[in-house]
Ligand binder design. Sequence first.
Ligand SMILES: [Zn+2]
Length: 566
Amino acid sequence: MSNKAKHHVILALLTSWILIAPFQTQAQNSPRLILQITVDQLRGDLPMRYMDRFGEGGFRYLWEQGVVYTDAYHNHANNETIVGHTTLATGATPAAHGMIGNVWLDRETGETVYNIEDARYQLLTAGAVVNQETELDPTQRAARSDGRSPAAILVSTFSDELAASSAGKAKIFGVSVKDRGAVSMAGHAGTAYWFSKANGEFVSSTYYMPSYPEWVNQWNRQRHYTRYADTEWQLQKPQESYLFGDSDERSWEVDLAGFGRSFPHSFGSTDSPYYTTLLTVSPAGDELTMDFAKTLIENESLGVDEVTDYLSVSLSSTDYVGHLFGPSSLEAEENLLRLDQLLADLFAYIEVNIGLENTLIVLSADHGAPDTPGYSNSLNIPGGYVRPETWDQQAAIERLKQRFDIETELIENYQHPYIYLSAEVASRSDAEREAIERAVAAEVALFPEISLAISSRSLEYGNLPDNELINAVLRNFNPKRSGDVYVVFEPNWFINDMDGLEVASTHGSPWRYDSYVPVVFAGAGIRAQHVHRRIVTVDVARSLSAYLGISPPSGTTGSILFEILE
Ligand SMILES: [Zn+2]
């Protein structure tokens, strides 16, 4: 063989190796179960803060045995529960999946819409309706119907694609204390169960089934929620051993219905209208969710055959505790220690019944959280509360009313993160509306607590600067659902009055404390490594699809996290 011929053979061998090798490393995986855990409001740094205080088998299993992405962010602007969950479920941005906020204003009817409300699909449990008096969640109170479905999610979820790829054989479930934490992840093809604060049971809607399977009735009949009656949420360790042990009672923490600002926190009796609400502001909410999830795994026979099943468990206690006490509080610290034990229990249960080597676990969060202004101010870090209800009376806005001859209110409503202008503005010509919206945005942007205000028309048609903040707002923009002017507060400034309910901290900004979340994959033979490359949360659903070798969700803009395929 001539030198040239040898050269050709070597080149051919090299080429074939290059072509074949990637296919070999990307062979389809088929774990028996994909377990997606979403911890509501778990900011990316918080597991690290307490890692040396955690026990074995929970967070430490994930962080020591898994692929840990240490620099993961939601890249949309409005970091709220439904927005983050749906982004994790679909690998799409809110612009595409349509969940731009927990609530939005329906321009046809002029009514506020709660993200997953759907009057066509009523709850299967009579009387499990939202209690307007005691509901801690203002977005729930905004819903006008008790029906629920995923119909408003405009793209497919990873779990939908799993259903489609398996001829409907994959079993798909979403469980959460919050309805939106369950419905978003179960997608269109799965089944969702969530906790009803009205009656302490896990419920679902007629979208999913005509009636409950017997195991659900049985679990509900056992009235698990009553086991906390007349007990207290207590610290498990000596108080001085905690990072926040010397700062339990802080003036900025919220005392909801006598739950108090310091340990022990009393749940009261089951007769109290706030009893079930208080369970969710403590580890009890997560305990009930985990108990229901394990019962589901057993009774629905998840992970028993060669078809990959999917279970989403969304845990809400961290969010409610964060809202009332702040993420840097003794309550939040104790809650995370308890969450760590619950995760360890769940993983031990999976190891016995399915095997961790047969289960791909992915853990992330729907959003992070700011520290409370009280806590920040105590460290000389600035921060405070914003009052949008005062904006309409500001001198600058009054001047605009005169200029445009508007006799009603101009800023009629603020539904985070959007300003909605009055009906008077909507009645004007297109050119006039555009001028008014731009003028309002320009004036609001000058308020000291405001970082950015941008009209929806500018987002739709404008020649916008290419910067991170504006791109995050654009990814959150859906012309059918977005309000008139998108508002971003300065860092550490936010609303604490949510429809009359006072809270200590609120997320919902594009800033890092709200967008920074953990992303960890573990189990199913994944090799441990910590990856410091920056990733975004739309990558999660895209990567799960790649891991199984199935179609990406329809609206995903994510990239494949190749470390989980190695
Ligand atoms: Zn929240």
